[in-house]
Write a protein that binds this ligand. Structure first.
Ligand SMILES: *Cc1c(COP(=O)(O)O)cnc(C)c1O
Length: 456
């Protein structure tokens, strides 16, 4: 059949997006503003300049400009590994015996192995443009640190990465990749910052958390001249940059004559999901289409499904502004879940608002079910998925099975955010039957909620 949709569909270079899309510009109600942690007054753009570079601070607080032109040097680096393919999962459909059409956008075709490079490039570029002399960041599972290391070495900016200690121990080769790109990698909590020393004194055996690594990176940025902090998820600016994923999907599906009935993405801090859904959520907000939009999170770190919609700190050390979001409390330290990239206590304020207002759904899935889906997917689609991405696979498979039961031929689109080559400890524990499904009790979660800041 000549008009059959291909397995892998790539846009041509001139069909790639030339601007990022800012979903806030089309939201009927805005997320609540960031607050100064000391005064509880809304943060002004200039207040962010000591932490973020100026262009990024402006993007962070801009809720009216719908499109931001992608600077040419950023587009140049995008062209090295983009467009990413939109893949029709014919084999998976057959294996599931489902009438559903399943598409996935594969973001794992770059050295960082994930979508995170899309924002890393933008952030490193703006820092260079401003004349900054170094950057700091945190990394959980290591994908963000790797992505930013690549981007910083491309634009020539020295980088220090605070890596969550449990990942540093479980993934020594991640560190080696970052070092290849000249990054300085420090396990967090560390004794190189005041906040790290304080956390270690209170809890010497802690395996760390993203929230804690963020505190250390921010402290280093604000105490080092010419240095700024960059973050790989949660922030509005990161969702903006990640819109390149959704915009490519929109153009590709348009060319193929398709539109998704269901859009699914895994949710850690919300950046890949926010980017993937951006144009589809825009259509939904404008009443043009009504796709179901589903966030998938680990049952061990259930920010959307069991969290509170409240103002909270973005980090454990309480040095960042307060954001209103779905949160488990900034002192919640998740169990050593293997899906390191989904271990964050909070969630993007943009997605939190959309979820709160009923524009999207969320499901929490258990780890062994996620790895069952990951291995099934790998066998049929030949890609070894990242554990984080496999949360989306789980939900997509469940929706496709539902279609088999109801006979509905829905079009499902999900985000395959990355590859799992650095997660073989987790795969081994699954194959050896040693993987567990730790789910926090209500009492565990209450401890986190009790520590939420009081904001009126
Ligand atoms: C970091 C990461 C995630 C989760 O982060 P979001 O900001 O929620 O997108 C998902 N998948 C992969 C492969 C990652 O590296």
């Amino acid at each position: 059949m000549s008009n059959k949709i291909p397995y892998r569909f790539y846009l041509s270079e001139d069909q790639m997006p030339k601007a990022w899309y800012n979903l806030r510009a089309d939201m009927p109600e805005q997320p609540d503003p960031l607050l100064n942690p000391a005064t509880h007054q809304p943060i002004k753009t200039e207040d962010l300049y000591p932490i973020f570079c100026e262009k990024l601070a402006q993007q962070e607080t801009d809720s009216t400009t719908p499109y931001f032109e992608i600077p040419e040097p950023v587009r140049e680096m995008y062209r090295i590994y983009r467009p990413s393919p939109l893949i029709r999962a014919y084999n998976l459909e057959k294996a599931l015996d489902t009438p559903a059409k399943i598409y996935y956008k594969f973001e794992g075709n770059n050295t960082s192995g994930s979508h995170k490079l899309n924002s890393a490039i933008a952030q490193a570029y703006y820092a260079k443009e401003q004349g900054l002399t170094s950057l700091t960041t945190e990394t959980g599972a290591g994908q963000w640190g790797t992505a930013l290391s690549e981007a910083c070495s491309y634009f020539g900016i020295p980088l220090t990465v605070f890596m969550v200690k449990v990942s540093y121990q479980q993934k020594p080769y991640r560190k080696a990749v970052m070092q290849t790109f000249d990054a300085n990698v420090i396990p967090s909590p560390s004794d190189t910052t005041e906040v790290g020393r304080k956390i270690l004194a209170e809890n010497p055996n802690t395996t760390g958390s993203l929230g804690c690594a963020i505190s250390e990176a921010v402290e280093k940025a604000v105490t080092t001249p010419g240095c700024r902090y960059v973050l790989g998820s949660v922030l509005n600016q990161v969702l903006l940059h990640q819109s390149v994923i959704g915009l490519e999907c929109e153009t590709a599906m348009n060319i193929l004559g398709e539109y998704p009935d269901i859009v699914i993405g895994c949710a850690g801090g919300g950046s890949n999901l926010g980017g993937l859904i951006a144009p589809f959520m825009r259509d939904k907000l404008k009443g043009k289409h009504n796709p179901r939009i589903i966030a998938v999170e680990p049952a061990s770190c259930p920010s959307f499904t069991r969290g509170r919609y409240a103002y909270d700190f973005c980090d454990t050390g309480h040095v960042t502004p307060l954001a209103r979001m779905y949160t488990l409390g900034s002192e919640f330290i998740p169990s050593a879940n293997h899906a390191g990239g989904l271990r964050y206590h909070g969630m993007s304020p943009i997605l939190s608002k959309l979820y709160h207002d009923g524009y999207m759904e969320a499901v929490a899935v258990e780890q062994t079910k996620v790895f069952e889906a990951a291995t099934f997917f790998a066998k049929h689609e030949t890609i070894l998925p990242a554990p984080e991405s496999s949360h989306a696979i789980r939900a997509a498979i469940d929706e496709a099975i539902r279609c088999r039961e109801t006979g509905e031929a829905k079009t499902i689109l999900f985000g395959l955010t990355g590859t799992g080559y650095f997660d073989m400890v987790a795969y081994s524990s699954y194959h050896d039957g040693k993987m567990t499904d730790y789910i926090p009790s209500d009492a565990d979660l209450q401890k986190g909620f009790d520590k939420l800041p009081k904001v009126d």
